[in-house]
Design a protein around this ligand. Structure first.
Ligand code: GLU
Length: 465
């Protein structure tokens, strides 16, 4: 049978890391089984659901290449389907109307809690054959005894006692269907075969299976994924991590890096760390997903992004970098050797925004010196700066090799350790002690600019004395 999976987000917030991981695993499982991946927008909570959130979720997924095989459906537009299924369930006698007041239910709950019991509906109206009116809800006649057992692709056999589950509300008193009912009907109507979702839904599954059975729907395959945790081992939230996918893109993490990172949240394949979507489709095994919570590690994400950036051709790297250069007003076209500069700096930071920021001193004047670096290496370096400047001005050829040669000669003449010679020049050129090798760094500028920058550093030293 063709496998059909679905991602069923509630559009009550922007797309977050945990959601993307669920969508990704659904997508990969469908694709590797030559099946279908669907998206269903669960927007029955009209107060909290918005179209903006829905768009954000769908766009975020499509940005990383997770597109559904059919246009997404919205629960808010499917009431007729729910109505029909409700009629069927009522006719079968597997549901009943209940008019217990809120006061009665509150009292009952309080009493059960005071006795240390799990609060649940006592079934008072179960056999009263009440007719619907504006005060009644429709409840499912959940079996009272026995066990509900289902097989989970991640967790193995999962057992719930029916006595722990009460008679779930299917229709509210205003006639609107509840979340569980819509979810079950939609999975059936969309011909879903496999439900892959977060472990937080595990306790919903026996309730939903009872609804399924009452409607004579075929059973489904389930896989409940471990929760995504922050580095503090608490559930991933805005408090312990950046959770919005868009925020990662804004920093310059690649789409492919995010996929790679998310795939590793709860799944691994030996020592292999670098995965692209196609690798996942061939390598991923849902049965290998771990049960324990999966920690989202931002240091690892940096490492992964570094790899994915390094694997890009120069042209692809540059194309991806340009929007970040634009965002911080770097006009790279002003320099004829901009490609050389970008190539020299492309691995300076693990994100595109980080690299773009590191490129600032190559495309505009050094506005200030890193305070610590200046104190440590620039102060008292006047004679070194002047000596090296003279040496550089005596060069007949201006390239990395000749500059390196001049720097070596300067070091021998002054008998200084490398940092004492190199760092003052590096700070003069870029404002900080971080740059590629000094010969390469200097060769990215013309001699006139090198003179300007060394003069500016000397002036700075003269003024700060
Ligand atoms: N709408 C639910 C959520 O956003 C998902 C339900 C499901 O996957 O069955 O958490």
């Amino acid at each position: 049978m063709t496998k059909v999976t679905r991602f069923a987000p509630s559009p009550t917030g922007t797309l977050h890391i945990g959601g993307v991981r669920t969508a990704l695993f659904n997508y990969v499982y469908a694709k590797q089984n030559k099946g279908k991946f669907l998206i269903r927008v669960e927007d029955t909570d009209a107060e909290r659901s918005t179209r903006e959130y829905e768009e954000n979720i769908l766009k975020g997924l499509s940005d990383i290449g997770i597109n559904p095989d059919e246009p997404p459906v919205r629960q808010s537009e499917r009431s007729e389907l729910y109505q029909k299924a409700v009629e069927q369930i009522i006719e079968s006698g597997k549901a009943y109307y209940c008019n217990c007041s809120k006061e009665r239910l509150d009292e009952m709950r309080a009493e059960q809690q005071s006795k240390g019991l799990k609060p649940q509906y006592d079934g008072k109206c179960r056999n009263l054959n009440l007719k619907p009116d504006s005060s009644t809800v429709l409840r499912l006649k959940t079996p009272r005894d026995g066990e509900l057992i289902f097989h989970d692709l991640v967790r193995g056999e999962v057992i719930f006692q029916n006595s722990e589950l009460d008679d779930l509300i299917l229709l509210r008193s205003d006639g609107s269907p509840t979340y569980h009912l819509c979810n079950v009907i939609d999975d059936y109507e969309q011909k879903v075969t496999t439900v892959v979702r977060g472990e937080d839904h595990l306790s919903n599954t026996p309730r939903q299976i009872h609804i399924q059975q009452a409607l004579d729907y075929p059973s489904l395959e389930y896989a409940h994924l471990p929760m995504v945790l922050g580095q503090d081992k608490k559930r991933l939230s805005k408090r312990n991590a950046v959770t919005s996918l868009q925020d990662y893109f804004n920093q310059g993490y690649l789409e492919s890096s995010m996929i790679n990172m998310l795939a590793r949240l709860g799944w691994s394949k030996g020592d292999k760390e670098i995965f692209y979507l196609d690798d996942l489709i061939s390598d991923f095994r849902i049965q290998e997903v771990q049960k324990a919570g999966a920690i989202f590690d931002s240091v690892k994400l940096d490492w992964i992004n570094n790899h994915h950036l390094a694997a890009l051709s120069f042209d692809d790297f540059k194309a991806k970098l340009i929007p970040f250069l634009d965002s911080i007003d770097i006009d790279f076209t002003q320099k004829t050797n901009s490609d050389e500069i970008i190539q020299a700096m492309r691995s300076s930071k693990p994100t595109l925004l980080g690299v773009a920021k590191d490129l600032i001193p190559y495309f505009s004047k050094v506005e200030s010196y890193d305070e610590k670096a200046a104190k440590k290496f620039l102060s008292g370096s006047e004679s070194v700066l002047e000596f090296v400047q003279r040496k550089l001005n005596s060069l007949e050829v201006w390239n990395e090799e000749s500059i390196d040669h001049a720097l070596n000669e300067a070091q021998t003449s002054l008998s200084l350790p490398t940092p004492k010679l190199n760092q003052p020049i590096r700070i003069a050129m870029t404002g900080s002690t971080q740059s590629p090798s000094l010969g390469l760094t200097l060769s990215l500028f013309d001699l006139a600019e090198v003179n300007n920058r060394i003069d500016a550093a000397l002036e700075y030293l003269a003024n700060s004395n």
